[in-house]
Design a protein around this ligand. Structure first.
Ligand SMILES: [Zn+2]
Length: 255
């Protein structure tokens, strides 16, 4: 038996006992015809502005999970996002895989990221999206301890993937659209400057992608709102979302 296999079994036993208690928000249970677009890694010039234009053209709102490295580089853009009435969540101080950090380090970057963002916004930050979607039970707990809820997604636009077409992205994003779907998009591209992995950025028209997805949603009677707005008349649906690769284990557990 491998270490990974043993860990998966151990985690499954924990999850079976408390499936809801340690889940991340993946969608919203709601009677309202709404979906929740979310945007990671921004704010960044040439990307966030395209997204803001598409949202405005559809009278839509969304939740932006910002990176503090991007916020510091583009403070004016964050102001524009807020002024347009969108909701802000935290994606991190930087784009490191949280489960690779020591417990003390992870706790520190979550607390400092939240404090710095709240200082700029003057409001409480409720939501956290883990960089790379990577999460261990320990980092999930630390997100909670920092006073935030972990938010993942139930649909993705594949706008991070350079090896696909715009048509395929629209199809992916809209295939299973339903009331309460949380959709993953990006309005930035995290890289080594954000202490993230070096990955190629796809060349795509982010306005066109979002415009097309929102058109399909509207044709199905669904309109786009922020997570906070959707939860005013709905309840969070949570599911366990953990990456148990040994590379992502807390320092103390790494071999
Ligand atoms: Zn990211």
């Amino acid at each position: 038996m491998s270490l990974v296999h043993d860990l998966k079994l151990a985690a499954m036993r924990v999850l079976e006992k408390a499936p809801d208690a340690i889940g991340s928000i993946s969608s919203v249970r709601t009677g309202e015809p709404v979906i929740v677009p979310t945007f990671d890694d921004g704010p960044t010039p040439g990307r966030t502005d395209a997204v803001l234009r598409a949202l405005a053209d559809h009278d839509a709102s969304a939740t932006f999970f910002v990176l503090m490295t991007s916020v510091r580089a583009n403070p004016g853009l964050l102001e524009q996002v807020v002024a347009a009435g969108h909701e802000i969540g935290l994606h991190g101080m930087d784009h490191r895989h949280l489960p690779t950090l020591s417990r003390a380090e992870a706790r520190d970057v979550l607390a400092r990221g939240k404090a710095e963002l709240e200082d700029i916004l003057g409001t409480t930050v409720r939501w956290f999206r883990p960089p790379h979607g990577d999460q261990s039970i320990e980092t999930w707990r630390l997100i909670r301890e920092a006073g935030m809820e972990s938010v993942i997604w139930s649909g993705t636009s594949h706008d991070w993937n350079p090896d696909t077409t715009q048509d395929a992205r629209v199809e992916k994003a809209t295939a299973n659209l339903a009331r309460g779907t949380i959709l993953l998009f990006h309005d930035g591209h995290a890289g080594p400057a954000d202490l993230g992995d070096e990955v190629p950025e796809p060349v795509l028209d982010r306005y066109e992608l979002l415009d097309r997805v929102l058109r399909v949603a509207e044709a199905r009677g669904l309109r786009a709102v922020s997570l906070g707005r959707a939860l005013e008349h709905g309840a969070p649906v949570t599911r366990p979302h953990f990456n148990l690769h040994p590379r992502h284990l807390p320092g103390a557990l790494r071999r």
